[in-house]
Design a protein around this ligand. Structure first.
Ligand SMILES: [Zn+2]
Length: 692
């Protein structure tokens, strides 16, 4: 497994979705655009000619094109016209004519794209790898931001793209493939969009193509020969998820869906195709995780564009409808565990200075922004669905698809549609999440029980820290008999409650199934690799037992987003240095009291580690463990213990991808054990002793 693959194992769980949006524009309307491009991988260039038919009467035109492009000529109805081209904007004035038809502006141009591929992915959260455009023998990727064709400021009503390349180089872009073939030294394809959305991306390579037509939609795989054997699995999965989502939201909005292999490890979603790195395609779990996420974006984010003025809703919605919903469909327990994980991620990864309201999310740039824009946002959709019910929730999503497809939508459109479909005003529920960072914090307090003639009554208060949220809080009373559930509306600092039940109470819990977005108490959060990533006061210590070089230890810190952490030697450690810090040790410190006890089942010897039945021996093996320092500090402490320098180098890049785990054991080139100690749930429940 190379480093790129490892990187994506974690980040593909929440794939990047390329937004090619642009805001509503009042300029001249474009009736049609025809684009002809010829790819020349040998010299990394594209030459093109595009005709943009503006609405009759258009007098001024501005087109966006790569600032490094060479513009050969601009003609209007066949007449050469003067133009200006600077800063990536091509402008021209069109002389007034008596004609009443459209105004066809043709641009002849060429451009070179040779962005270099990343050699070391590091811990980058940038899903683009900084690559806008590459045309090479290995493959071609021209993103929406590359300016590879002259783009008018408003989306054309219809659009066609003809791509030529050396024989054997197959290309893909938006739209229906209306023709494709090889003649002489040239392979060409033609794509037509009936309902264009956004700005086009294009990819090409020496692909093997497989295809299948399902329910009127052309499904394709464009894979490099070494992955061609996986085509049928992807075509079947595409058919399965297209049907699943069509049943939920209404018809699939595009003419085709293509799974295209990229030569660098992306997970992109474009209108009507997804671009996955070859190493990603081979990962067995992708087909039922990232892949349905990308397909759900066909409706949400690609079919309906994001009106970014109120923040990006699409990642939260798609996380909810793919990553989450598919788990919930497998079992209620998997659904609940996923929601708990979202809350734990927020509590471990988002610090006050990295927090922002949902309206401030545009795209993920680091773990905190992903936790908010994907995870917290998904929880908001969950709360709305819990509040208005499945019928109103999915009914509203179908209505939005009908009303907003091929246009954009904002959070306020969701608010309006959920209110309409449920017959209730959900604006007050939704607004509190958009305008404020963080979330509510609840504590159970003064909980007592008493026996009455007819049964038992449990009373108590819910204390909420300001600023207050308006929520409907689920309470669960477990008894010797049937459990009793109650929904308690809360909107103040203190809310009292009574729950009656016929049998003796055992335990009362607040939000037992993690149905609400709330800020967990430290006692409710497992201590994990994410706790180190989220630490604001980390101190790194190289001990005499550290078998990694300082450079490798530094790479570990960098991959955990802690590259700026001070690294000291064990001899420099003292109580004053430790105070107020989370700690990460390379090697076991002489003062073992700094390390908490090993979790049950894990043993650590000089040349051998084990986690339950998994044993690794020197020189191949590495243990990474995170736990909490004993009270009163309650701070987090991590132990990074490789069995050799080589093992340190080999396994360091993998650790960051196991964020939700507290203990990791590597050996034999792979993860051998991963585990998390669940915290006690004392933070949100009160247990009663057996009544005497
Ligand atoms: Zn996404």
């Amino acid at each position: 497994m190379n480093r790129f693959v490892v990187l994506l194992v974690s980040f593909l769980s929440a794939l990047y979705q390329v937004s090619a949006a642009y805001a509503d524009f009042d300029g001249p309307k474009v009736e049609r655009q025809d684009i002809f491009v010829t790819l020349k991988p040998a010299d990394h260039s594209v030459s093109g000619e595009s005709t943009i038919s503006f609405a009759a009467g258009t007098r001024t035109v501005s087109l966006r094109l790569s600032p490094t492009a060479k513009v050969g000529a601009v003609t209007v109805s066949g007449e050469h016209l003067p133009f200006s081209f600077s800063g990536g904007v091509l402008s021209l004035d069109i002389p007034k004519t008596g004609g009443s038809g459209t105004v066809p502006v043709t641009v002849v141009y060429s451009a070179v794209y040779n962005d270099s591929l990343p050699l070391n992915s590091g811990s980058s959260e940038d899903p683009t790898y900084g690559i806008n455009g590459v045309i090479s023998a290995q493959g071609t990727f021209l993103g929406a931001g590359a300016g590879w064709y002259p783009a008018p400021p408003s989306t054309p009503r219809t659009r066609s793209i003809r791509i030529s390349a050396p024989a054997g180089i197959e290309a893909v872009t938006n739209g229906k493939r209306v023709s494709r073939g090889t003649a002489g030294a040239i392979t060409h394809s033609v794509w037509e969009e009936a309902n264009p959305v956004g700005i086009l991306s294009l990819c090409a390579g020496p692909y093997r193509i497989e295809e299948k037509r399902v329910d009127g939609v052309d499904l394709y795989t464009y894979f490099y020969p070494q992955n061609a054997a996986l085509s049928s699995r992807y075509l079947e999965a595409a058919a399965k998820y297209l049907r699943f989502y069509s049943d939920l939201f209404g018809p699939y909005p595009f003419e085709k869906f293509a799974v295209v292999e990229n030569f660098f490890p992306t997970g992109y979603g474009f209108p009507s195709f997804t671009l996955l790195g070859g190493s990603i395609i081979r990962l067995p779990f992708i087909i039922d995780t990232s892949f349905p996420h990308e397909i759900a974006h066909s409706w949400w984010g690609n079919g309906i564009d994001v009106d970014q003025r109120e923040g990006n809703w699409s990642e939260g919605l798609v996380t909810y409808l793919a990553d989450y919903l598919l788990k919930e469909k497998r079992s209620a327990t998997e659904g609940r565990d996923y929601r708990r994980q979202l809350l734990a991620d927020y509590a471990s990864l988002v610090a006050p200075d990295s927090d922002f309201p949902l309206s401030g999310f545009t795209s993920r740039v680091d773990p905190a922004s992903r936790t908010i824009g994907y995870g917290k946002s998904a929880m908001v959709f969950h709360m709305i669905r819990s509040e208005i019910g499945d019928r109103a929730f999915f009914g509203a999503l179908r209505d939005l698809c009908r009303e907003r497809m091929y246009r954009s939508a904002a959070w306020s459109d969701f608010e309006r549609t959920f209110s309409r479909s449920s017959g209730r005003d959900v604006s007050s529920i939704m607004k509190q999440w958009f305008s404020r960072p963080s979330g509510p914090h609840f504590v159970l307090s003064n909980v007592t029980r008493r026996q009455e003639v007819t049964g038992w009554v449990v009373s108590g208060t819910i204390v909420q820290t300001a600023p207050y949220y308006e929520m409907r809080l689920p309470l669960l009373l477990e008894t010797d008999g049937i459990p009793v559930r109650k929904i308690l509306p809360v909107s103040q600092g203190v809310t009292t409650f009574n729950i009656s039940g016929p049998a003796e109470p055992r335990r009362v819990s607040l939000d037992p199934d993690a149905d609400l977005f709330r800020v967990l108490d430290p006692g409710e959060i497992p201590v994990t690799v994410n706790s180190i990533k989220g630490s604001k006061q980390l101190l790194a210590v190289m001990t005499g037992q550290c078998r990694a070089t300082g450079e490798t230890f530094g790479r570990l810190l960098e991959s955990l987003g802690q590259g700026k952490t001070a690294v000291i030697r064990e001899e420099e450690l003292n109580a004053a240095r430790v105070r107020g810090h989370d700690l990460i040790f390379c090697g076991t410190p002489k003062d073992r009291s700094l390390l908490p006890a090993l979790p049950v089942g894990i043993t650590l010897r000089d040349a051998e580690f084990s986690a339950y039945e998994n044993v690794v021996h020197a020189p191949d093996g590495l243990l990474f463990m995170v736990s909490r320092q004993p009270q009163p500090s309650g701070r987090v402490v991590a132990l990074f213990q490789p069995l050799s320098r080589a093992a340190a180098e080999q396994y360091v890049p993998k650790i960051t991808h196991y964020g939700k785990y507290g203990s990791l054991l590597f050996g034999g080139g792979a993860i051998r054990y991963k585990g998390t100690i669940q915290p006690s749930v004392e933070g949100n429940s009160v247990v009663f002793p057996k009544y005497m």
